[in-house]
Design a protein around this ligand. Structure first.
Ligand SMILES: [Zn+2]
Length: 296
């Protein structure tokens, strides 16, 4: 098959997740290894303003890691999925039965251990992440403390500057999956929900769905064969949180009702549906997962 995947008996749909996330604390998105640089990720908009940025590429990496560290029980032993499948980052397993590689994609350049491996195109894409409102990142002094050994030799704490996104920033984010069965989408639902406490580098970290009494959690889930609903994607030029949330609600309402080719869930209903899919991944798919040929 040109796709690298065998045909399935379950129907295929396109899927979209749209959400507005908020940070309950200052949040930092840099690389943990950049101890002395510590610049938060930012983007420059066409009007020249600088915005805090939750990179879609990093979200993808966090989600993939959430799946790799899902817990699986086999014969009374508890495995991380990464060890059971011998699938990791960047060494993707490329096994057709791997629930991660099937959707997130795999790049395989060698045949290993007699296992059938191949390259799959990733069918999941990530977008959004430009923070609202248009605040510039905060710069703060932090002290870097010397180890006990260096302290004994009279070394003092070293001040260094670190950038943070202010608490309360809103991050509109989007995940799209191209032609996947419900079963293939379940790990995506699991990873999307499970990644929320781990978004951001270092400490502090963690985001959640923005919520109000009118809309509930700012979350929309589409499952469709034909793209009949308005995409709930916010223009990054919006700076006012109230305007951005109103635009999210306006777009969410722009979708057909009772249409066989397009189903939209929003607010609490969307969250319930994602939870149902995540639960099925953990309680049905992980226990059923075939041990790959040639693994321990
Ligand atoms: Zn894999």
């Amino acid at each position: 098959m040109a796709s690298g995947l065998s045909p399935q008996t379950e129907p295929l749909y396109h899927w979209d997740i749209y959400a507005v996330l908020y940070a309950p604390q200052e949040v930092y998105f840099g690389h943990e290894t950049q101890v002395n640089v510590n610049l938060i990720e930012t983007v420059i908009l066409p009007d020249g303003s600088e915005r805090v940025y939750l990179s879609p590429t990093k979200r993808r990496g966090v989600e993939r890691r959430e799946l790799l560290y899902a817990a699986v029980e086999r014969d009374g032993k508890h495995f991380f999925l990464t060890d059971l499948l011998d699938c990791g980052i960047p060494n993707t397993c490329g096994d057709e039965n791997c629930p991660i590689c099937r959707v997130y994609g795999a790049l395989v350049t060698e045949k290993k251990g007699g296992r059938e491996r191949t390259t799959f195109i990733g069918r999941l894409t990530h977008g959004g992440g430009v923070a609202i409102p248009g605040l510039e990142p905060l710069e703060k002094q932090r002290a870097m403390h010397p180890s006990n050994l260096r302290r004994e030799s009279g070394e003092e704490p070293q001040p260094f500057k670190r950038q943070y996104g202010a608490p309360g920033l809103l991050f509109p984010v989007y995940n799209h999956v191209l032609s996947a069965s419900e079963k293939e989408f379940r790990p995506v639902a699991y990873a999307f929900l499970k990644s929320l406490p781990r978004l951001g580098a270092g400490n502090p970290k963690g985001l959640d769905f923005y919520e109000d009494g009118e809309f509930g959690p700012y979350l929309v889930l589409d499952r469709y064969k034909a793209p009949l609903g308005r995409r709930v994607v916010l223009p990054p030029t919006l700076k006012d949180p109230g305007e951005a949330l109103a635009e999210f609600r306006r777009r969410a309402a722009d979708a057909p009702q009772g249409e066989a080719l397009f189903r939209r869930y929003q607010g609490k209903e969307a969250l319930e549906e994602l939870r149902r899919l995540a639960e099925a991944f953990v309680s049905q798919d992980l226990p059923d997962l075939a041990m790959p040929k040639g693994s321990k």
